[in-house]
Design a protein around this ligand. Structure first.
Ligand code: GLV
Ligand code: MG
Length: 299
């Protein structure tokens, strides 16, 4: 898996020492991860390691062993089951000490905080604001479902009996608000039915629609689906670029210095431009090409 991840069109890879690793295998996992990071080959993918959470006895060893031995080849530490801002501060402090001791650049390694239980969710604002190292807030649906006693075994899908709305809407929105308020990325967690790509797209579609930046993939078969769902549709990308060009033109002296103008049957103004900037940034980041261009009206 460490090898295969190198060639996948994913923006980020994360290597796990937490729940995908049996307790007796954790010391070996640390060593394998250090070796893989130092061997390299992950291109410009963000390289992240998920350590164990602070309620275990493993966290400090995970962080010290991985960061001391592979720090310069690592971009972020993912901290699971974060419940309070203090837990992030503790990791930040430990990272700073290791960076100083080893002579690494202080503060370069980021933190991704996973929200996986009720306490973490009600503290998510403080968690997002707890350290400049925090880059990303991640929803951990499996642990979260267990922590709130949700009556379901299928991660991310509406639980049986909940047939109106989306059972995760509040959680997703709560995380998204904290992320946007403090300028962090919001990332959706795993979808465990790895052969059900349609199911993946259905669940991913909900967080993507709200504004999440991406979602985990557990298997190479989910990568294309993720890239598709979190990118704009071609027609929306084209329309966003069109709004930007048209608005640029109409607000200029040449275009009449207007603030609110008609583009086809739609009125566009400064707020339209801001919405278009979001969609166009997502499309550009995904490497999309526009298929229409704006032509100013004949003078
Ligand atoms: C991920 O860690 C999850 O619990 O969903
Ligand atoms: Mg989890």
């Amino acid at each position: 898996m460490l090898e295969k991840a190198k060639g996948l069109p994913a923006d980020q890879i994360f290597m796990d020492i937490e729940d995908a690793v049996a307790p007796i295998a954790k010391p070996d996992a640390r060593k394998n991860i250090v070796a893989a990071l130092n061997e390299g080959g992950y291109g410009d993918k963000v390289r992240t390691v998920r350590v164990n959470d602070w309620t275990t006895s493993w966290t400090y060893r995970d962080v010290i062993e991985v960061v001391e031995n592979a720090g310069p080849n690592l971009d972020c530490i993912m901290l699971p089951k974060v419940q309070t801002a203090e837990q992030v501060v503790a990791l930040d402090t430990l990272l700073t000490q290791i960076e100083k001791t080893m002579g690494f650049e202080v503060g370069r390694i980021g933190i991704e905080a996973q929200i996986e239980n009720a306490l973490g969710l009600i503290n998510v604002d403080a968690i997002a604001a707890s350290s400049p190292r925090v880059e990303t807030i991640i929803f951990g649906p499996a642990d979260f479902m267990a922590s709130i006693n949700m009556k379901s075994l299928v991660v991310g899908e509406n639980p049986p009996g909940y047939d109106t709305g989306d059972a995760y809407h509040y959680i997703l929105m709560r995380i998204l608000m904290a992320a946007r308020a403090f300028d962090k990325q919001a990332i959706d967690g795993p979808y465990l039915q790895i052969r059900d790509v349609e199911g993946y797209k259905r669940v991913a579609g909900r967080s993507a629609a709200l504004g999440f930046d991406g979602k985990w993939v557990l298997h190479p078969g989910q990568v294309d689906a993720a890239n598709e769902v979190y990118s704009p549709r071609q027609e929306d990308y084209d329309h966003a670029e069109m709004i930007l060009d048209a608005y640029d033109y109409y607000t200029s002296a040449e275009g009449g210095a207007l603030g609110a103008v008609m583009l086809g049957d739609e009125m566009i103004d400064e707020a339209s431009r801001k919405m278009a900037l979001v969609v166009s940034a997502k499309g550009r980041a995904a490497g999309m090409a526009r298929t229409e261009s704006f032509t100013p009206p004949e003078a």
